[in-house]
Design a protein around this ligand. Structure first.
Ligand code: IVH
Length: 696
């Protein structure tokens, strides 16, 4: 061997050894929180490694540490179940809605208009929310929000964020889950994109996306190389509350060494909130980070607790969003998309334009009446706006710029996908604004959209089976109905050309896909009901049905019997929050033979897990409660919310299915009926005692 060849081999060996050593120290530092060497010694290793790469570019391979920056995650993160769900916020957009919010809170709590009510106002940070769990002051776990109930374990990554302490100061509660926003500053975002561009890598759309992309990296050393920050503004599980108000909780977080936002203030009225909103709005451009509104929260935590939640958002907080950003561009074409329920939705294809830092080339046109009302024509110059995450909307046309020969748009009366008639249903003397394809499942668009819904995040949530894969598998006839998903692996085993042989797939991705499918052979009842895509049954109504019926068999039996005017129909109609329209949609769904056939096929492969008795210790879990008469210490809404939190169903009228009637003064016919049926009846005080007992 010549001397140079020997040197080269030695250099290669050193490069490999250094790579392994650096990876080892990365793991100790980020994952174990127990570095063995000083930062300076680590930097020296990294320096030598980079010098070798410079001198021998041929050493660099996919496995090199330097090549892993910006790599997309290839494995999954571990899942973390949130003990307290991470819900979202309702939005308001103008002064009147802010006043409504305050008035609604007062009404719910039964507070007089002049009774004091303290609220906080703080910037709404445009990043991604993250939950940090500290036990005995030590950071033990960090998780993304995910679907609100289950997020991803990003502990190792969060540990690389310099601003987040690994150990809290000043004796915090034994268990403290701190929630807040991970974000990137605008300057750091611009610098990161410049680096990405230089390296020929894809650019991030905005600071929020770059923060999310940086946090959700499998390799914590990548996260470490991205400058992320954090603001604490909320909490999950806390063993012992250190404070009794929102403001003092934020103060406690600061005391423990967590970063909190200094623009948080205490307000006492809607006028006060709006004043602070405008103050923050004026400072917005000068802030180093993106914000998209101001969040208002009721300050007193006991009141927050009484207000509780409705659907996925708290009643005690709201986000006041900044007005949407606007731009003008040319409407190139109008494309008609056919949705899951056959709805024909017009989509504007636009000359790409930047609005609020994001390039927009599509916008929704809602429906045919909207197009007619605004007289939107192909070729027009249109004004559009983008607000937060919502799909951009077209506000109107710049008439002076209309081309001479532009013709009014004619909305199609046949489905562009299957050619079936597309009609607007009439009911109660009105015409539906939506035109729908009548093709049902013979319409490929509807069948495909139903499948996409079936695998979506709040439904079966099958990783590796998203819109793109459904499109592809549907086109090839591999998956055309839900049960096909569960036979995919068995069919692939018999097939001549395997999934793993095709473009874009490999052994690992196919194995992961099959494993993800396998993992969903058991599914919670509410997700299953949601996945069916019954009209008017979104996530919340699916939960209501699941809670009421407990098992899929019970729902199915009642739904099958739910002809118009039947007792079964009335049972569904009577479930709190549902009503006649939903009851009809549920009955219609189960009356369709092909839906029943598909359910039978599917249930061969899938087992639906009954609703676990919500709050098993609750004395009213699974029971049906009716409130009647006037309540003196609680408002009606508050009482209902309490009952639902304890896993009870609240019904509007007394029937033989009622388990408990809570009657206040003035109760009339409902109380009489309850007595007649021999149903247990209690007063408001007894109800409050029961609630208090369930909380202990
Ligand atoms: S409070 C239960 N405060 O906005 C409500 N959220 O649109 C807890 N966000 O998921 C949220 N700044 O990611 C709260 N100061 C702030 C916030 C904030 C940003 C995000 C958060 C949340 C989303 C809801």
């Amino acid at each position: 061997m010549s001397k140079t060849a020997g040197d080269l081999a030695a250099a290669r060996a050193e490069y490999a050894r250094l790579g392994a050593e650096i990876a080892h120290h990365d793991a100790l530092y980020y994952r174990e929180d127990a570095p063995e060497i000083t930062d300076a010694a680590y930097d020296a290793l990294r320096h030598r490694y980079e010098a070798l790469e410079k001198a021998h570019p041929e050493f660099v391979s996919e496995k090199s540490l330097s090549q892993r920056v910006g790599a997309t995650p290839s494995e999954k993160f571990a899942k973390v179940r949130h003990k307290v769900p991470m819900l979202s916020l309702g939005n308001v957009f103008d002064d009147a809605e802010v006043e409504d919010f305050v008035a609604r809170v007062r009404r719910f709590l039964g507070l007089a208009a002049d009774a004091p009510l303290a609220m906080t106002a703080e910037p709404k940070i445009d990043g991604l929310s993250c939950s940090l769990r500290f036990e005995h002051g030590q950071l033990v776990q960090a998780a993304t929000r995910g679907d609100g109930y289950e997020g991803e374990d990003v502990t190792a990554n969060v540990k690389t964020i310099g601003e987040i302490p690994h150990v809290l100061k000043h004796a915090p509660p034994a268990v403290l889950e701190v929630r807040g926003e991970v974000y990137m500053t605008r300057t750091d975002f611009a610098a990161l994109n410049a680096r990405q561009a230089e390296a020929g890598k894809p650019l991030f759309a905005n600071p929020r996306n770059s923060a999310a992309g940086s946090l959700r990296q499998l390799d914590p050393s990548i996260t470490a190389s991205r400058p992320l920050h954090f603001f604490a503004y909320a909490w999950g599980e806390v063993s012992h509350m250190p404070a009794a108000t929102q403001m003092s909780m934020i103060e406690a977080f600061r005391h423990y060494g967590l970063p909190v936002n200094r623009l948080t203030v205490l307000c006492h009225s809607a006028v006060d909130l709006l004043r602070h909103y405008h103050e923050i709005e004026n400072r917005r451009a000068a802030l180093p980070y993106d914000i998209d509104g101001v969040v208002y929260k009721i300050d007193d935590l006991a009141l927050q607790d009484r207000l509780g939640f409705v659907s996925r958002a708290p009643r005690w907080a709201v986000a006041h969003k900044f007005p949407a950003e606007q731009a003008t561009t040319i409407l190139r074409d109008i494309e008609i998309q056919v949705g899951r329920t056959g709805a024909l939705t017009p989509v504007a294809r636009l000359e790409p334009v930047t609005v609020g830092g994001v390039v927009v080339s599509n916008a929704t046109l809602h429906n045919e009446d909207e197009i007619a009302r605004k007289d939107i024509r192909i070729g027009d110059t249109v004004r559009l706006q983008r607000a937060g995450d919502v799909i951009p909307q077209i506000l109107g046309v710049v008439l002076e710029k209309r081309p001479k020969h532009a013709k009014p748009y004619e909305f199609p009366h046949v489905c562009p996908v299957c050619g079936s008639a597309a009609i607007r249903e009439t009911s109660d003397g009105g015409t539906d604004v939506v035109r729908r394809c009548t093709g049902g499942l013979i319409c490929k668009a509807q069948a495909k959209e139903r499948l996409k819904h079936f695998v979506s995040r709040l439904a079966f949530d099958i990783e590796g089976l998203g819109d793109k894969q459904i499109e592809q598998f549907y086109a090839e006839g591999l998956i055309t109905k839900p049960d096909d998903i569960f036979t995919l692996a068995a069919r692939d085993a018999r097939a001549e050309t395997k999934l793993a042989d095709r473009e874009g797939y490999g052994e690992t991705s196919v194995r992961n896909l099959f494993a993800a499918i396998e993992a969903r052979r058991e599914i919670a009842l509410n997700r299953f009901i949601f996945a069916l895509g019954i009209r008017h049954v979104g996530e919340t109504n699916a939960r209501r049905l699941a809670r009421h019926f407990g098992t899929f068999e019970a729902l199915r039996e009642t739904a099958r019997a739910a002809r118009e005017g039947s007792e079964a129909r009335a049972e569904i109609d009577n479930i709190e929050g549902l009503g006649a329209v939903v009851a009809e949609a549920v009955a219609d769904f189960f009356a369709e033979k092909h839906n029943e056939d598909e359910l039978d096929a599917l249930l061969k492969y899938v087992s639906v897990v009954p609703m676990e008795a919500v709050a098993a210790s609750s004395p009213v879990a699974g029971k049906t409660v009716v409130f009647t008469g006037s309540l003196e210490r609680l408002t009606r809404d508050e009482a209902k919310a309490q009952a639902e939190r304890l896993g009870a169903k609240v019904a509007a009228s007394v029937s033989k299915n009622t388990d408990l009637v809570v009657a206040g003064p003035g109760a009339g016919s409902k109380l009489a009926k309850a007595k007649e049926l021999g149903i247990e009846t209690i007063d408001e005080d007894a109800w409050l005692k029961l609630v208090a007992k369930a909380r202990d």
